[in-house]
Design a protein around this ligand. Structure first.
Ligand code: GTP
Ligand code: MG
Length: 177
């Protein structure tokens, strides 16, 4: 069997958990391009990605997946299209605890749809705002006639991240094979 190497991109809100998701899943030490976060207006987190994060995972069928993380800060949006070149799909992570989480979802879908039709959405930080409704995301997708799979997850949990990745790969196989 020929070992294939797929490229998957993690994108989405600053602080949503893109770097963490790659760290949860990767079998190799993650090449993380994080620096101390000086933009505490956008997010109070300690570190933020300023380049491309990279990790790797092998699926049950032996295929290798390269995991590429984008920087979430808008000032790096010029890099997003470059990172998506040659990717088979994108995982968009949205931080549920942000006041404007629905606007974030809309913004990242609009942006990444230009680069790929294969998108899976992970809503993170549910535990940080248990009172806020989670129904709004699926409703918004239905209202906009978009059928991207949505999962409520924690980027620190390997099984949650793996579910997103497997869903993305399965949906691509269903579409193209
Ligand atoms: N409570 C909670 N923390 C989470 C969750 N997902 C990720 N985190 C944490 O959120 C923080 C930010 O995660 P990062 O992986 O740095 O976020 P990022 O998306 O890479 O952010 P940028 O690189 O700045 O765009 C880390 O401390 C993670 O451990 C979640 O579902 N719940
Ligand atoms: Mg990061």
């Amino acid at each position: 069997m020929i070992m294939q190497k797929y490229k998957i991109v993690f994108a989405g809100s600053m602080g949503a958990g893109k770097t963490e998701a790659i760290k949860s899943l990767s079998e190799v030490p993650v090449l993380a391009t994080e620096v101390f976060n000086t933009d505490d207006q956008s997010h109070k987190k300690l570190n933020t990605t300023v380049g491309i994060d990279y990790g790797e995972v092998t699926l049950d069928d032996g295929s290798k997946v390269g995991l590429y993380g984008t920087p979430g800060q808008g000032r790096f949006d010029f890099m997003w299209g470059v990172i998506c070149k040659g990717a088979i799909g994108a995982i968009l992570l949205i931080d549920h605890s942000l006041d404007n989480s629905l606007d974030e979802l809309s913004y990242y879908i609009k942006t990444f749809k230009q680069y790929s039709d294969n998108i899976v959405i992970g809503i993170t930080h549910i535990d940080d705002d248990m009172n806020k409704s989670t129904h709004q995301y699926r409703q918004w997708l239905m209202d906009h006639r978009l059928d991207f799979p949505v999962f409520f997850m924690d980027a620190r949990q390997k099984s949650d991240v793996l579910l997103l990745l497997e869903t993305l790969i399965t949906s691509i196989e269903v579409k193209y094979l």
